[in-house]
Design a protein around this ligand. Structure first.
Ligand code: ADP
Length: 161
């Protein structure tokens, strides 16, 4: 069985991401979730916070771990013994970008394959940016993000108000 690397910004992690992780851990021997640390990409939560939210959310999944990365995804995959890069797909909107990434990664490292898992329909419209917007306007968040993220988003609002 192969090991997979699931890279992303996870700013913040939501239930669509976690659903992909849970399903992937039933397919792959191990899933390493890799939190992107990219100074050029502005994020609402720090890499430390994003990593901590994920660690808490996957703590009960034995064949899942969380790491940070700042370089090439294929390099990170090799470092963690992963022969698969895992990505989630929502709608056609994701498709162009994901195909570009997958092609470039294949060019860089032909031995690493990209796998896509389709989102569950109930999470098809869920994104980290939408969650942040909903938080700004005080919408209920419990259905979409884990409890630690709900608390952090609420704190963010209080600080910004
Ligand atoms: P990135 O900045 O790399 O796109 P994200 O944190 O936005 O990072 O997403 C990480 C991965 O999770 C991507 O493959 C993305 O398509 C996938 N993803 C995001 N939202 C969902 C969702 N609602 N259902 C399934 N997969 C998702």
């Amino acid at each position: 069985m192969a090991k997979a690397l699931y890279p992303g910004s996870f700013d913040p992690v939501h239930r669509g991401h976690l659903d992909v992780v849970e399903r992937a851990t039933r397919i792959f021997e191990h899933v390493t979730v890799a939190v992107l640390e990219n100074p050029a990409k502005v994020s609402v939560f720090s890499a430390d916070e994003r990593e901590a939210f994920l660690r808490e959310a996957v703590a009960r999944i034995p064949n899942c771990s969380v790491v940070r990365f700042g370089g090439l995804t294929v390099q990170c995959a090799k470092e963690h013994g992963a022969s698969v890069i895992l990505r989630g797909l929502r709608a056609v909107l994701d498709f162009d970008y994901e195909v570009q990434l997958a092609m470039m990664n294949r060019h860089l490292e032909p031995t690493v394959e990209t796998f896509f898992l389709l989102t569950k329909s109930r999470y098809a419209y869920l994104s980290s940016s939408l969650v942040k917007q909903m938080a700004q306007f005080g919408a209920p968040l419990e259905e979409f993000v884990p409890p630690a993220v709900v608390r952090a988003l609420r704190r963010l609002n209080v600080t910004e108000a």
